[in-house]
Design a protein around this ligand. Structure first.
Ligand code: ZN
Length: 246
């Protein structure tokens, strides 16, 4: 039944969207893809970057994994299978995207599992906790800084701080740091709240995620941005109600 829904959907796509955008598909087929934006998002079925941003085929290059995480660069490169890193490398070095967006989201199961740690129902899975441990330090910091707050508050803080952690990890790839320094690549930290249908962007000046509606959204990391301004510690201090130390 579930699969029939997909096939019906494809039939509708073929007769509708595909025909309506025939010129676009012909162009993409003959000229190839040239997206200017890479979005790294969660694999969560409720957070589809293409639908959230109402983009067309060819507009965004998308990487999706558990909790929208970016691992630190492995240097020198080894022979293990770095799925996320290789997709980022292709988008940045191969396609020459101008923007990278890390898109976290509310009610993220991957972040919830990270927060719950050994108490998580997924704790015994083969790969999950190893993957989400990319943000383990952020998790420990949040639990410490936000002691006494609810699990929901801590999880939300980790969802957002993990986005900053991934931005920091992006900067550990030499070809990303070089392009940011040259002014040809900008990094963005975003977080989507599906409960209220609002998108937030991290503002390094205030160390908080701010709703994008009606404001001028500035890149989180661009040429000249001090990496200290995107430290997860600053965000967690702001969430805890302390004045964030720069
Ligand atoms: Zn998620």
């Amino acid at each position: 039944m579930a699969l029939e829904r997909l096939l019906k959907g494809f039939a509708d796509f073929r007769l509708g969207y595909y025909r309506e955008h025939l010129e676009l598909f012909e162009k993409l087929a003959t000229e190839g893809q040239s997206p200017r934006i890479l979005i790294i998002a969660c694999a969560d079925a409720r957070v589809d970057p293409g639908i959230l941003t109402q983009t067309r085929p060819g507009d965004i290059f998308t990487v999706r994994n558990v909790a929208a995480m970016v691992p630190p660069a492995q240097f020198p490169p080894d022979t293990r299978h770095h799925g996320t890193s290789s997709a980022i490398e292709f988008a940045v070095r191969g396609l020459g995207v101008e923007h990278v967006v890390v898109l976290g989201h509310a009610l993220c199961g991957g972040i919830g599992a990270l927060v719950d740690g050994r108490d998580s129902v997924y704790a015994d899975y083969d790969y999950l906790s190893t993957w989400t441990s990319i943000a383990q330090e952020v998790r420990e910091l949040a639990v410490r800084e936000l002691k006494g707050k609810s699990r929901a508050d801590i999880t939300r803080a980790v969802e957002q701080a993990a986005v900053l952690n991934s931005l920091q990890n992006l900067m550990s790839f030499r070809w990303i740091a070089e392009k940011v320094a040259a002014g040809t690549l900008r990094l963005h930290g975003w977080w989507f709240n599906m409960t209220e249908g609002q998108l937030y962007a991290f503002n390094p000046a205030t160390a908080t995620f701010e709703a994008v509606e009606g404001i001028e959204v500035v890149p989180t990391v661009m040429k000249g941005t001090a990496l200290s301004s995107i430290k997860p510690e600053r965000l967690l201090a702001a969430v805890a109600g302390k004045k964030p130390a720069f």
